[in-house]
Design a binder for this molecule. Structure first.
Ligand code: ADP
Length: 539
């Protein structure tokens, strides 16, 4: 076919029909002419044959649809009919032609009518373009756009998360700063009271009443500080998962009694009237009585603190199925509804000027919640709003069975007189502890180091030894070991008295043969209880 199309070199311009044919035969653009009604191919150039993967002669006289089988579905044949019918040229872009081994192939079509002698269409000229690359680029661009959109959305989400984290961090930092400010304020108060108390003691050497008053005031402040530090230690133990409960069978009445005793002076001091109503029979709990006492102590303390002087406070308990519900109710300043859902969060304080003057560091209620939940119970706060009083409800599972702890059931008036040995290298500490124990009615001897302690014990045979741990030469651990090694040592009730109160410290003294562990400064109520609850044998 190309041979017959060679142009005569001597002719500069070939005749027009020959030129046209030459152009279409040599054109790199695939072209086909089809009959307008039958779609039969009347002409196809080599470029189209190559694109269609056939010989030109395989195409001629055959329906165009054989080369473009997808034409019926993708609108190519419909376009062909339309162009033929209307005589208006038209295009169809990027239609999938077929799947190659690696990727789909796309064709684009441009069609224009072939007009007959009367200017009416007799056929259609079709120019086909391989649009595979363009289509793939476009698809990639779309996919890229989509993924950009996705990553923009993701980035937006991440920004939101980062913003909320940074807001929470800022809030946490603010809460920490606020807490430190409140804590320093709360520590400064008792320290200031201490400093003036000491000055008063110096000035009032002769005036016993003044001296006694300042001593009492300092004792109150000291108790407050010890409680504060204990609460802080509990928070840190809870946060590090190191808080252990020492559960035993106890009676609710004895826990409530301990809490009321501990808070009595404060409640009386503010002129409140406290009513306690408990079920008539014993209510048994499997509980760590010290922790549960702290729960009711904190609730009663708040009820007294957040009520105007001379109000009434009620603690009532009632059995409800397998649970006991204890309510601590006051007629005080109440809690605004917006703060109620957060009231058990650590460091949460309702920010009114009244409450700011009441003292406290905002951890009491969070400990209440933790302790109650550790006992398998739950706690709720209710208030109708500011000025409407508050009610805290503690629900605890009731234990079934007998009371096994005699100290929990019966009042233990004074208990038997004990022979006690107090050991401490600090002479003031020994002297004051010995004096208190004597005032409680016990017999007391003292020693100032471990060696002396073992010697005194061998001769005095105490029932109880209160032993400091850090002492020169023979320390408390070694003295305890030596005492336990004696025939009389097994019966001793050995109590470590130390400034270290962490769980590891307690474990160490327990492993060292001590029966109990008290943290300095020793709380008198705790000491009294410890002595009352010691196993009843030789005294
Ligand atoms: P603190 O009393 O040391 O501030 P708490 O954790 O015991 O901390 O209590 C948190 C806050 O809850 C208090 O600061 C107070 O605003 C509020 N609150 C607790 N108990 C009562 C109550 N009985 N009446 C009114 N407000 C209370």
């Amino acid at each position: 076919m190309t041979a017959e199309l060679k142009l005569d070199a001597r002719e500069h311009v070939p005749p027009f029909p020959q030129l046209c044919r030459y152009l279409s035969e040599r054109s790199p653009r695939p072209m086909v002419a089809v009959d307008g009604t039958t779609h039969v191919v009347s002409y196809a150039n080599p470029a189209f044959a190559e694109l269609a993967g056939r010989e030109v002669k395989q195409l001629l006289g055959r329906p165009f649809a054989e080369a473009v089988p997808e034409g019926a579905d993708n609108g190519c044949l419909a376009l062909l009919d339309r162009v033929f019918r209307t005589g208006v040229p038209d295009n169809l872009a990027e239609q999938e032609h077929r799947q190659s081994q690696t990727r789909p192939i796309y064709w684009s079509y441009a069609m224009w009518p072939i007009l007959g002698a009367d200017e009416r269409p007799v056929g259609v000229m079709i120019q086909v373009t391989d649009a595979t690359d363009t289509a793939h680029f476009r698809q990639q661009a779309v996919a890229m756009n989509e993924s950009l959109l996705v990553s923009a959305t993701r980035q937006h989400e991440l920004t939101e998360v980062a913003e909320s984290l940074s807001a929470r961090l800022e809030a946490a930092v603010r809460a920490r700063d606020h807490f430190l400010a409140v804590l320093s304020h709360e520590l400064r108060n008792p320290l200031a009271a201490f400093s003036s108390g000491l000055q008063l003691l110096t000035l009032a050497r002769e005036d016993r009443e003044v001296a006694e008053n300042s001593r009492e005031m300092m004792e109150r402040q000291l108790k407050q500080m010890v409680r504060l530090v204990d609460d802080l230690l509990d928070v840190s133990r809870i946060r590090t998962g190191k808080l252990e409960l020492h559960k035993e069978r106890v009676e609710l009445a004895s826990v409530v009694r301990d809490a009321v005793e501990a808070i009595r002076a404060f409640i009386d001091g503010r002129g409140h009237e406290l009513t306690v109503v408990l079920p008539s029979g014993p209510v048994l709990l499997d509980a760590d009585s010290a922790r549960l006492t702290q729960v009711f102590l904190n609730l009663l303390n708040n009820a007294a603190k957040y009520s105007e002087p001379c109000q009434s406070i009620r603690l009532t308990a009632r059995l409800d199925g397998g649970e006991v519900e204890v309510s601590v109710q006051d007629h005080g300043i109440g809690i605004p509804a917006a703060k109620l859902p957060h009231i058990f969060e650590a460091f949460m304080q309702v920010d009114t000027s009244w409450q700011r003057t009441q003292g406290g560091i905002g951890i009491g209620l969070s400990l209440v919640k933790e302790f109650v939940e550790l006992h398998g119970g739950r706690v709720e706060a209710h208030s109708m709003g500011l000025g409407q009083g508050s009610e805290f409800l503690v629900r605890l599972p009731v234990a079934v069975g007998d009371v096994s702890d005699p100290a929990a059931t019966a009042e233990n008036p004074r208990g038997p007189v004990r022979r006690i040995l107090v050991v401490d290298d600090n002479r003031d500490a020994v002297a004051s502890l010995a004096m208190i124990l004597k005032m409680m009615g016990h017999e007391v001897r003292t020693a100032n180091d471990g060696e002396a302690a073992v010697a005194v014990a061998a001769e005095y045979r105490p029932r109880l030894v209160l032993m400091d741990l850090g002492m020169p030469k023979v320390d408390g651990y070694e003295a305890a070991r030596r005492m336990r090694a004696q025939p009389w040592g097994a019966e001793l009730f050995l109590v470590a008295v130390t400034g270290w109160g962490a769980e590891e410290d307690r474990r160490r003294t327990h492993d060292g043969g001590f029966d109990s562990h008290l943290v300095k400064p020793v709380d008198m109520d705790t000491l009294r209880r410890l002595i009352a609850e010691m196993p009843i044998n030789a005294s």
